[in-house]
Design a protein. Structure first.
Length: 265
């Protein structure tokens, strides 16, 4: 049997297995599980007893092959049982498994309406790209905004794009800049690039070659296969129009490194 090893997951798995079994009404006299096999039996017992948390975790283990053979069919079965009881993360995972069909939008919507930011973002992407639903920029903006308000960096970046272009909402360059800054501060490489563009062109903000140089330098150093080469070219172009003093300050500001970057899907 081929399984995926999760070296640090055993303790958490056993504890959660015990908790869900207890919540599902297991006898207090039943021994606490001490092996993956014990935990799986507890999960199955709790899941079969109707506990949505156990059903979700069992589905997750089958989806990812954690100590069991990966089985999309088994994962979907247990996710569905949990999802039908309102478990938002199970609904979200069913949405992922249902793409690109229209069922994905239905499951994402149920999870999104419960407040799950990742589901709000994925639903927005479906509307943005017309995937499984009719393309609807206004609906995409609405769901990006709800996820962005919860700090979802990719949603902040995509919402900023819509606001900068006036697509699905009134154009608002200043709001776009603010969103790009929030996502860029969290390491979102696409937002850093887009923020650099607006700073270099003076869109929604006074032109600032030094700040643009900083963000493009960070993108260039990220190694992102889509954006780093273009960003490096822009850094060279910016340096050509900067004074020696501006260039020195910009190069010093660009020396920061070791940041965790988030890329768009």
């Amino acid at each position: 049997m081929t399984v995926r090893s999760e070296p640090r997951a055993l303790a958490a798995l056993l504890v959660v297995g015990a908790l869900v079994a207890t919540l599902a009404g297991a006898s207090a006299e039943v021994a606490v599980p001490t092996t993956y096999g014990d935990a799986m039996r507890w999960y199955r017992a709790a899941a079969q007893g109707g506990d949505p948390a156990a059903q979700f975790f069992l589905g997750y283990m089958f989806e990812n092959g954690i100590r069991v053979n990966a089985s999309p069919a088994e994962a979907a079965k247990w996710y569905r049982k949990a999802a039908e009881q309102g478990h938002s993360r199970a609904q979200f995972h069913l949405g992922i498994m249902s793409e690109p069909g229209d069922a994905a939008a239905r499951w994402y919507r149920r999870a999104a309406e419960s407040g799950l930011a990742a589901a709000q973002y994925n639903l927005a992407v479906l509307y943005d790209r017309g995937r499984g639903v009719a393309a609807d920029a206004a609906a995409a903006v609405r769901w990006y905004r709800r996820a962005a308000e919860q700090g979802h960096a990719r949603a902040q970046n995509n919402l900023a794009i819509h606001l900068a272009e006036g697509d699905g909402a009134a154009a608002d360059a200043a709001a776009a800049i603010a969103l790009y800054r929030r996502a860029a501060a969290r390491g979102m490489v696409d937002a850093r690039y887009n923020l650099g563009v607006m700073l270099a062109l003076g869109e929604g903000v006074a032109r600032d070659d030094g700040a643009a140089h900083l963000w493009f330098s960070r993108v260039a150093a990220s190694g992102d296969p889509r954006l780093s080469e273009s960003a490096a070219d822009i850094v060279i172009a910016l340096e050509a129009r900067m004074s020696p003093g501006e260039l020195d300050a910009a190069q010093q500001a660009a020396t920061g490194a070791g940041e965790r970057l988030v890329t768009a899907p």
